[in-house]
Design a binder for this molecule. Structure first.
Ligand SMILES: [Zn+2]
Length: 146
């Protein structure tokens, strides 16, 4: 249903000269001054609206992509941290094992053992939060391609 933009009444279609379809406001004969509108003109207006709707769909698609990329960044970021932490853990584990062997061999004393074990733990924390809180993911797409 189409309504008049001037008075809000329903528009009705009328065939003129047997082929042209005009739309007019049902309030026309009393006090609405809106003129008859050719069907082609109305179609053009609807086409404009449809184009706007399609534009909205493009914007939605862009938002979906941005959200997905943001999520991918997040996932990649966490996976990188887990990888680094696991490597660090493995490195420390091997180091402890090496120290244990060295200790069995009598290469290091008790005091060296303790001081060698404690310090490496802090770089792990320093890696996980190197620059403080992480900034929000970029959504403008300007720095993609890596
Ligand atoms: Zn009207």
């Amino acid at each position: 249903m189409i309504t008049c933009g001037h008075c809000g009444c329903t528009l009705v279609g009328e065939i003129k000269k047997g082929k042209y379809i005009y739309y007019r406001c049902t309030h026309y004969k009393t006090d609405c001054n809106e003129p008859y509108v050719r069907e082609e003109v109305l179609e053009e207006k609807f086409a404009d609206i449809l184009r706007m709707l399609r534009f909205d769909e493009e914007v939605l698609e862009w938002i979906r992509t941005a959200l997905k990329e943001g999520h991918d960044d997040e996932t990649r970021y966490h996976r990188e941290i887990v990888d680094k932490l696991q490597k660090e853990y493995k490195r420390l584990e091997q180091r402890l094992e090496a120290m244990y062997v060295d200790n069995l061999d009598g290469k290091i004393g008790e005091r060296d053992h303790i001081s060698a074990v404690s310090p490496p733990l802090s770089p792990v924390v320093a890696f996980a939060f190197p620059f403080g809180p992480r900034p929000a993911p970029q959504t403008d797409g300007s720095d993609r391609g890596t």
